[in-house]
Design a protein around this ligand. Structure first.
Ligand code: DGL
Length: 262
């Protein structure tokens, strides 16, 4: 599994809870993040490099693109290039949005890169029987930085959320997809702004369900042997990754390994 940095840890958490027997290697590209403000071509190149690294280094049986920006930029290319199943964070979230809406008015929030790519609209168009679903997509620059500082609640993030989410409140959606791996950490603040009638859909949980479904379908589960290994690799400052990562993920992130891009 990989992400630009810490956000994918929400997917890792959901996966470890749902599938405690599976080994997990998580790569956080903190040496090159954030991805959300970078050109799509650069993000796609990074994604392919990380995929090649994980395949070569750890002989993985499935790749999870736990970053919405990377999935928007490179999911198709990764699926074509690798001969193992690839799961992204976009499609599971969109499917769930279409299922939970009663009014047909739904929203997605993400980084500038993800929203500008149009990936959510394209994916929705490929899902059958969703013609009635009207999707409002909104970029929320600034949210990621708050999470990276470990500031997931408080007055400042509330003020920013009120300002950024105002167009989404006006769009009167009844379901909102957190289309960035960092946003589940801000779910309470986002929920307060949107109101209790709006269902928040987390791509992290939906992706963990999709991983389980595909492992079932392909008979790829590891079984109940116990002793699952959880490894965390980062291309940036290891002490920082381990410290903030442990606060965000939990005790499984006991230590982080370094990887340097050459
Ligand atoms: N992980 C990215 C995403 O899900 C957000 C952080 C970044 O901009 O790199 O879109």
């Amino acid at each position: 599994m990989f992400d630009s940095g810490f956000g994918g840890l929400t997917v890792a958490r959901a996966l470890i809870d749902l599938l405690p027997n599976e080994h997990l290697v998580y790569f956080g590209d903190t040496g090159r993040y954030p991805y959300g403000s970078k050109p799509q071509g650069d993000v796609a190149k990074y994604a392919l490099e990380i995929a090649d690294f994980l395949v070569a280094e750890s002989d993985i049986k499935m790749l999870v693109v736990a970053c919405n920006t990377a999935a928007a930029a490179a999911f198709e290319e990764l699926s074509e290039r690798l001969n193992i199943p690839v799961v992204g964070v976009i499609e599971p979230g969109v499917r769930s949005l279409a299922e939970v809406t009663a009014t047909g008015r739904v929203g997605v929030i993400g980084t500038v890169g993800t929203i500008d790519s149009g990936a959510y609209q394209h994916t929705l168009a490929t899902i059958p029987n969703t013609e009635h679903v009207e999707l409002t997509a909104l970029a929320c620059p600034g949210f990621v930085e708050f999470v990276e500082r470990g500031e997931t609640s408080g007055r400042q993030v509330e003020v920013l959320a009120k300002r950024l989410l105002a167009p989404m409140v006006d769009a009167a959606v009844d379901a909102l997809l957190l289309g960035c791996t960092h946003y589940p950490f801000l779910a309470r603040t986002i929920g307060n702004v949107m109101g209790s009638d709006v269902v928040l859909v987390s791509s992290a949980d939906e992706t963990a369900f999709e991983i389980t479904r595909q492992l079932d379908e392909l008979s790829l589960h590891r079984g109940t042997g116990g002793g699952a290994e959880h490894r965390f690799i980062s291309s940036g400052d290891i002490a920082w990754f381990a410290d903030l990562g442990r606060r965000l993920l939990g005790p499984e992130l006991a230590r982080a390994e370094a990887h340097e891009w050459v």
